[in-house]
Design a protein around this ligand. Structure first.
Ligand code: ASP
Length: 433
């Protein structure tokens, strides 16, 4: 059985059991599912522990084998441009849907005030976290780590990527026997990481079951009713972007069959859906790009870790709808100029968001502030917090799908053949280059 089928079974079974516990109203059952959640967290920790060794080893091997550093610059430039453009498209889709559907206009004042009172405390906690966030200059400076070991220990991927690329570049110019010794070692680390991922993924269906059962078991379905139009608007935008925008890119720029692509990568968005974390999904994303799509290590090891930290189309789209929703609820009109500001700030804010659960709601505060909604931040966040977990699951799935779409695009423009999704499906596939 394919990995995605197993994960899907775990997911559906978890959703059914969670829904039964929730709707039956048996608190003991709900508490039991809640008590199982640490098992899911243990699994997330298990897969996350591979991120640092895998990113360092695979990126180092990838950079060193590029040979020509100008190629790295070219790949880097194309990747950043791709990420920025697709994110801007995602935000525009979110804005278009919000203008069309006006999700905020259907929420009564009573519901609004009830939600604001119920989630006000949690919203304040998000605001406190946002207040501690570094400035743009500090964020840029932090890309250069003073201590790479510390960056690794904190799982700060951007500085780690920066250091690894410098290290890999320098490796190409040292004496051959020494270079080979270092490269051999990291080749080994890379292979070990891949084996570990395969082992850990054996547990994925069970972990997914536990994670989903706990979320659905304790979900406030009453909230879904009052925030239904908002939730559906975000979900519709995400689906449109995942299948429309990426589908067109895959068809016309990458020139592959989008259906084959989605089938090959299905386990990745399902896994992201269950964990709500691009970072935790990263090992599987890298493995899928190399082994299922056939992208080279050089491209995958560079494009994907960067994507997990910087490319969050789903998050940006969600932020656009959320800002419009909050503005509509409070009757504050946002004109075209405001919406252009949303395109810019949501694109940048999603770059700043970490690939961990709920990161998007914290950077949402930046977008709210940018269009003058400072006064509505706490109440606005409180309004949407109740359904945030479900939307986080959806947007994270889109985030990782975007990373893999970019990886395919870059691989293709670098002259690679994506053996997993190109050519005759009936013939046995060659190994990835
Ligand atoms: N959970 C998302 C991710 O990891 C970030 C967010 O939107 O909160 O990609």
């Amino acid at each position: 059985m394919q990995l995605y089928t197993k994960i899907l079974i775990g997911l559906i079974a978890g959703a059914v059991v969670g829904a039964v516990a929730n709707l039956s109203g048996i608190t003991g059952f709900q508490n039991f599912l809640g008590a199982l959640e640490p098992l899911g967290t243990a699994f997330i920790n298990l897969i996350t522990m591979i991120v640092v060794p895998l990113v360092v080893a695979s990126l180092l091997v990838g950079t060193a084998s590029l040979g020509d550093l100008s190629k790295l610059g070219r790949i880097g430039g194309k990747t950043l441009l791709f990420y920025m453009c697709t994110t801007a498209v995602a935000v525009s889709i979110g804005l278009a849907i919000s203008n069309f559907v006006e999700p905020g206009s259907g929420v009564s004042e009573i519901t609004r005030d009830e939600l604001a009172a119920r989630y006000g405390g949690e919203a304040q906690a998000s605001m406190d976290m946002a207040a501690q966030a570094p400035s743009w200059v500090e964020t840029l400076l932090a890309v250069i780590p003073r201590n790479p070991v510390q960056a690794a220990a904190n799982m700060d991927l951007l500085p780690l990527i920066f250091f690894t690329i410098c290290f890999g570049a320098a490796l190409t110019v040292i004496q051959k026997d020494r270079r080979d010794a270092v490269l051999n070692f990291f080749h080994g680390v890379n292979d070990v990481s891949m084996v570990l991922i395969n082992w850990i993924m054996e547990l994925a269906p069970y972990a997914v079951f536990v994670l989903i059962a706990a979320v659905i078991g304790n979900f406030g379905f009453d909230l879904l009713q009052s925030l239904l139009i908002y939730t559906v608007a975000v979900a519709a935008g995400l689906l449109l972007h995942a299948f429309g925008t990426y589908g067109l890119i895959l068809r016309f720029l990458v020139r592959v069959n989008p259906a084959r692509f989605y089938k090959k990568i299905a386990a990745v968005p399902l896994f992201a859906f269950s964990t709500s974390s691009s970072n935790a999904t990263l090992p599987l994303t890298i493995e899928t790009a190399e082994e299922e799509l056939g992208a080279s290590n050089e491209v995958a090891s560079f494009v994907l870790p960067l994507g997990a930290t910087m490319n969050m189309d789903g998050t940006a789209l969600y932020q656009a709808v959320a800002v419009m929703f909050i503005a509509q609820i409070y009757g504050i009109p946002l004109d075209l100029a405001d919406q252009l500001i949303i395109v810019m700030t949501a694109t940048l804010a999603s770059i700043g968001a970490a690939g961990v659960p709920s990161a998007g709601i914290i950077t949402l505060i930046i977008v709210l502030n940018s269009v003058g909604l400072q006064g509505q931040v706490q109440a606005g966040i409180a309004l949407i917090l109740g359904v945030d977990r479900i939307l986080d699951m959806l947007r994270t799935s889109v985030n990782v799908t975007g990373d893999l779409t970019c990886c395919s695009f870059i691989a293709k423009t670098e002259g690679e053949t994506l053996v997993g999704i190109e050519g005759d499906e009936t013939k046995p596939q060659a190994q990835a280059a």
